[in-house]
Design a binder for this molecule. Structure first.
Ligand code: ADP
Length: 293
């Protein structure tokens, strides 16, 4: 049983306002967590729940939402607090009535994402590790982007795939691919603040038509990784890409790097869900290896 009154008490303490919600309204659609809206007739909070052992996942989400909100470039739910209650960990954030991602929002999302990507740091990575889906995502800071991608992203997922028993199918390709990451990432991108998990399920529009992004796996890195992921599961529509490119054109070579960047997410899906993602990863690795000869 979830102790909603204890969570409400923690929300009241964090917000500095009394909060006595009626019964929570459960929200579906998430991939990882249970979610509910808590409302008392005045304030409404969106609350995600998981096992108490996952508190660090919510603390990292809190930091990511706060970092994106601080750029004032695109609407994200303002995080309020995280905590535990009994056997649950929770995060509470601003509730936003999400009405879908269509219409004018796509153009505004392209511009707004480009503006967020202008937010930079002196190195790639992040001040803490976080998660991608429910998989750990290590973020040790590194000024060398190719090295960061090789060690903290591709190399990490490939090692996890081997631990999960998929090594046999991938291992002859992975050493060769990791050797060629420098050649494939032949540019030196500025570290941009990234959403990190920007598929269509983490993008919507508020009731004013403003784009909203949520459920991030933030770090600083090549902005092309966010754009690549928007293209992985169906795309955000031509108006989104036109607006992004008008605001900040993508450099030449993106189309090849896109596959290397999306391989990370396909390997993560293999590690989370198994199935056909193994053959998809193999095909992507073969195509990438073909481009470096
Ligand atoms: P999970 O971490 O389980 O993937 P999400 O963060 O994606 O969960 O949230 C699940 C669903 O809840 C989303 O698809 C979205 O429709 C809705 N949602 C997410 N954040 C908010 C919010 N701040 N306010 C209102 N609805 C939200």
């Amino acid at each position: 049983m979830t102790d909603w009154s204890e969570i409400a008490t923690q929300i009241a303490a964090a917000s500095g306002e009394p909060f006595q919600p009626t019964s929570p309204r459960q929200v579906g659609g998430g991939c990882i967590n249970a979610a509910a809206v808590l409302a008392d007739g005045g304030r409404r909070w969106f609350v995600k729940l998981n096992d108490a052992s996952r508190l660090d996942m919510f603390e990292a989400e809190h930091d990511g939402l706060a970092a994106m909100a601080a750029t004032n470039s695109i609407r994200v739910p303002q995080p309020l607090c995280c905590g535990t209650s009994g056997r649950h960990a929770f995060i509470a954030m601003e509730y936003i009535a999400l009405g879908g991602s269509g219409g004018a929002t796509a153009e505004r999302a392209g511009e707004a994402l480009a503006a967020m990507h202008h937010s930079s740091a002196d190195a790639h990575g992040w001040h803490r590790d976080n998660t991608i889906g429910s998989t750990p995502q290590p973020n040790h800071r590194d000024r060398d982007w190719a090295q960061f991608w090789c060690q903290r992203r591709l190399g990490f997922q490939l090692a996890l795939a081997a631990q999960n028993g998929y090594g046999g199918r991938l291992q002859d390709r992975d050493a060769r691919l990791l050797e060629h990451v420098d050649a494939l990432l032949d540019h030196t991108p500025a570290p941009s603040l990234l959403h990190g998990d920007l598929w269509g399920g983490n993008f919507g529009g508020d009731d004013q038509g403003n784009p909203v992004i949520f459920d991030p796996a933030c770090y600083y890195g090549d902005r092309e990784t966010d754009i690549a992921m928007t293209e992985l599961f169906g795309g955000f529509g031509s108006r989104f890409y036109a607006a992004y490119n008008a605001a900040w054109p993508l450099p030449p070579g993106y189309a090849t790097r896109r596959m290397l960047y999306n391989l990370y997410h396909i390997l993560n899906h293999l590690n989370l869900f198994g199935g056909g993602y193994g053959s998809q990863a193999e095909r992507m690795m073969d195509r990438l290896l073909a481009t470096v000869g």
